[in-house]
Design a binder for this molecule. Sequence first.
Ligand SMILES: Cc1ncc(COP(=O)(O)O)c(C=O)c1O
Length: 410
Amino acid sequence: MPDHFVTRPLPSTLSAETLSLDAGLIVDPSTGAIAPNMSMSVNNVLMPGDGAFSADGIEDLAQLPYLYARWTNPTVRQLEQRLAALEGADDALASATGMASIAGMLFTLLKAGDHLVVSDVCYAGAVELTQRVLPDFGIEVTPVNMVRLDEVEAAVRPNTRLIHCESPVNPILRVVDLQALATLAHRHGALISVDSTFATPVATRPLAHGIDLVLHSLTKFINGHGDVLGGAVIGRRELIARIRARAGVYLGATLSAQSAWLIMRGIDTLYPRMRLVSETAMDVARFLEAHGEVERVIYPGLETHPQHTLAKRQMDVFGGMIGFQTRNPKLVAQRLSERLRVIHYAFSLGHQRSLVVLLDTEEMMASTFRLTGNQLADYRAHAGDGLFRLSIGLEAKSDILADLDQALTP
Ligand SMILES: Cc1ncc(COP(=O)(O)O)c(C=O)c1O
């Protein structure tokens, strides 16, 4: 790293919680400022010999001096080092959005003739990119329910380069066995990536389960305040260097210094926030289970969740996302949007304010998932005719419960 700023050496024994405050933190030697510097410069002064690129251009750009802010910027770099420490990884590449991180990883690791095995249900943008866009580039794609390990095994081919999953899965909160999937992928010489946006590193550190690359939409719980977009891919140095050299430089979806600064500010409170939303979510899930208007609740912390045993093993907290089903979901959605006073009826998740939205199964199938047969039956087993996706925020638990009760009760 360039020696322009001072990074404090940290004891190797620090917990992830402490690293979430201090990893990568740079103290500005000219002022001694402890809060991260926001570096707005597009370019930085060079020393003779700086910026000598190799012919194929895939060296680790993060190790070069700050030449040009599209591939590294001192503020974004502090965020990347903090994210790497949170996941117990060598390195990270931050991007302008979570979607840019997903696209950057896929377009770096896959080329025409390669095969991708992808979770049949995951974030809608990832489903649409993998199943509708990648085939146009000659990449073969097989969607699989990753809970069914025998079907993942059967889907793998000699040209499978990557298996991409999510846990818990957006929106149906299915939990997949990361260790088993990593073992399976590696047995076939493939890489495995997981979008861990719903879990955050507070719940699960996927690299410890053998996963090669972890992705986050930083827009969600990691920033946590609903005021900035961002994404990251995190993993081994050589993999991140490859993704930075391709996606970071050529896709150009660079995170701005302001956004990186805000996300670091959000990360400062990630651990206490995730503990609080998990605690509130557990009680809200139990309250909904007992509510006369609610037919089914899906929350990894409930004994009734289909993968509860796995969730207990793989998640340190169960997170802030709850799914629930009601009779006449469209009518109930209307009622919620008109009556809620604390919770907002809106898309997105992982903000300080609680959010809820109905994901109607028929509409989801028409617009995004297009599942049939067993895969459709598996989706319906979690979502029924429609799933209310509830993202728990930081409001008082009693206010969330009272708001849900008054809005749900006819
Ligand atoms: C699990 C998951 N991954 C990725 C994304 C995409 O993130 P962004 O909106 O930051 O591009 C989302 C957005 O909702 C998401 O829920």
